[in-house]
Design a protein around this ligand. Structure first.
Ligand SMILES: [Zn+2]
Length: 162
């Protein structure tokens, strides 16, 4: 069995109106403001999996600062996992410092997602204090947590294919 352990899928409205989702979301804007930066829906991911003979993919969200964006994305991940139960596993994305992070993570796990991630601190050091409640939830729910790590320096890294 071939498993892709780290993919990103997005709701169709985030693909078609990405500029709107860049507002107030500097990390998303740094990666996806460029209209050429690749984004894909669940259907697009499954088509690529079929083409490349991947059996299962873990699909992750994005560390949105705005709760409404996190909810929209997590709702889409839940629907995608339900649509492709044999092909996709989903991780709920929340940004730990946000006051609603644990509540949204609990909602998404109850809604069928398989774990938490990708948790990322793109422009600051890892905030362990805010991460602790999500680690406790991951332990209590016996679900994995995926951490993105990077140095908090340098310029943005555009998501371009070579
Ligand atoms: Zn990622």
């Amino acid at each position: 069995m071939v498993v892709d352990a780290h993919t990103h899928i997005f709701p169709p409205e985030m693909l078609s109106d990405r500029a709107r989702f860049c507002e107030g979301e500097p990390a998303f804007a740094a990666i996806y403001a460029d209209p050429e930066a690749p984004m894909v829906t669940a259907e697009g991911l499954v088509a690529a999996m079929d083409r490349d003979q991947v059996d299962v993919s873990w699909a992750v969200g994005f560390p949105w600062l705005k709760e409404e964006n996190a909810r929209l994305h997590n709702d889409y991940l839940m629907a995608s996992v339900a649509q492709f139960p044999e092909r996709l596993r989903g991780l709920a994305a929340v940004h730990p410092p946000q006051a609603w992070a644990r509540r949204e993570a609990e909602r998404a796990l109850a809604g069928g997602l398989h774990g938490l991630g990708e948790i990322a601190f793109y422009d600051t050091d890892l905030n362990v204090k805010s991460l602790a409640p999500l680690c406790r939830l991951s332990d209590e729910a016996d679900r994995p947590i995926l951490l993105h790590t990077n140095e908090p320096v340098g310029t943005g890294i555009p998501a371009r294919r070579p």
